[in-house]
Design a binder for this molecule. Structure first.
Ligand code: BHB
Length: 374
């Protein structure tokens, strides 16, 4: 019995969107859905109980960071990530490749793997497909990601082709190194940049390896949104409709809706908690920078159309005061609200797909949020 399976429930008549359920050893997940990011085994400033209260179905953590600190051996001795962080719902871990390319100031990519420098201690390290699988097997997430190279944007076509072919060979080595097939599912990651024929080559290579799910990598790396949407338009149809599709690193409200319309089922991004720590909030009427002086005497909620615990109990003036005073509780309130906002948005997206009106929902939301404003 495969550890991770997908049940396609409905395809939207208005678009490429679909409703489904991903079944994992730690529970089922209704899609399309957003995954809060808990890089160091915590979704920054929030407790597992608060994440459950806001109906977070699954959270994401990170192989690279946990390998360096505290070390996958300590997490394994704790009984795995679920026990270590007291989260009993599904967990997905990224493979670490992206962080090596984005965090390490020295890296040398070879066929056998990536040589790089630990961004904390400076010591030289080596990450291979086999090592990435050994770490993820020790951490124990329900869904693991194959080790890939996420090339910088833009990248020469010749470089991208060689990178795609190496990522496909690495994916095969990850499959061969996969130990706990009954308790952990392994997803492949499609690369290829904005080159349609390379996306097809990457998809064909990985589909032939029959992963239980597929991620679209190499996006949300600085490209314009119309480039991301164009790449999605020709990439998601290449992927099997009976398996989940995960768009990595994407989390603004407009991108989530546009990704769902193009057939994406899973999203993750640090955006909601990262901007929260800068005192910025996502609302149904656009972004609100609550630390601004304009809100010093504004006793209304962050978002009058939000039903979250924060919007029902705290004012902009109070939250602004906490943020300006660098009070941790202020960051907790903005983080809670932003994650609730995106999780609630995905619930509205699922409802709109059920009613075959996702494109209408997009127009209404974009108008209210101000995305259409020139
Ligand atoms: C914020 N993080 C916790 C998420 C991890 S980084 C996720 C992530 C983001 C983006 N944009 C692209 C890629 C990609 O192409 N490959 C991999 N492995 N991860 C990626």
């Amino acid at each position: 019995m495969a550890a991770v399976t997908y049940e396609l429930k409905k395809t939207c008549k208005q678009s490429g969107a679909r409703l489904g359920t991903i079944h994992t050893p730690h529970g089922s997940i209704d899609t399309p859905m957003f995954m809060p990011v808990g890089t160091l085994a915590t979704v920054k400033t929030l407790s597992p109980e608060e994440l459950e209260d806001m109906n977070a179905q699954i959270i994401l953590s990170n192989t690279y960071h946990l390998w360096l600190r505290p070390g996958e051996d300590i997490v394994q001795e704790a009984g795995g990530l679920h026990s270590f962080m007291n989260w009993d719902r599904p967990i997905l871990t990224d493979s670490g490749g992206f962080q090596v390319f984005s965090l390490s100031d020295f890296r040398n990519i070879k066929e056998e793997g990536v040589h790089f420098r630990n961004h904390i201690s400076g010591e030289k390290l080596f990450l291979s497909p086999e090592k990435a699988m050994q770490i993820q097997n020790a951490l124990g997430p329900d869904i693991m990601m194959a080790l890939d190279e996420c090339p910088p944007y833009p990248a020469e076509e010749s470089y991208m082709k060689a990178s795609v072919e190496r990522t496909s060979r690495w994916a095969e080595r990850c499959l061969e190194a996969h130990q706990n097939k009954e308790t952990q599912g392994l997803f492949g990651i499609i690369q290829g940049g904005e080159y349609e024929h390379l996306r097809k080559q990457s998809a064909d290579d990985l589909i032939s390896l029959d992963f239980p799910g597929y991620a679209i990598g190499g996006l949300s790396v600085g490209e314009p949104k119309d480039v991301m949407n164009r790449v999605l338009e020709f990439t998601t149809p290449l992927l099997p409709s009976h398996k989940p599709r995960y768009l990595m690193g994407v989390g603004s409200a407009d991108s989530l809706i546009d990704g769902a319309i193009r057939g994406v089922d899973m999203f993750d991004c640090v955006l909601p908690t990262r901007i929260a720590r800068n005192g910025a909030c996502m609302t149904n009427h656009g972004r609100l920078v609550v630390r601004n002086a304009a809100y010093a005497r504004d006793f209304s909620p962050i978002d009058r159309d939000c039903n979250c615990h924060v919007c029902r109990n705290y004012s902009r003036a109070y939250i602004r005061h906490l943020i300006k005073s660098n009070e941790t509780f202020g960051f907790r309130l903005t983080s809670y609200h932003n994650l609730y906002f995106l999780l609630d948005l995905m619930k509205k997206v699922r409802e709109a797909i059920m009613e075959d009106r996702l494109l209408d929902f997009r127009e209404e939301f974009f108008e209210q949020y101000g995305f259409n404003r020139p």
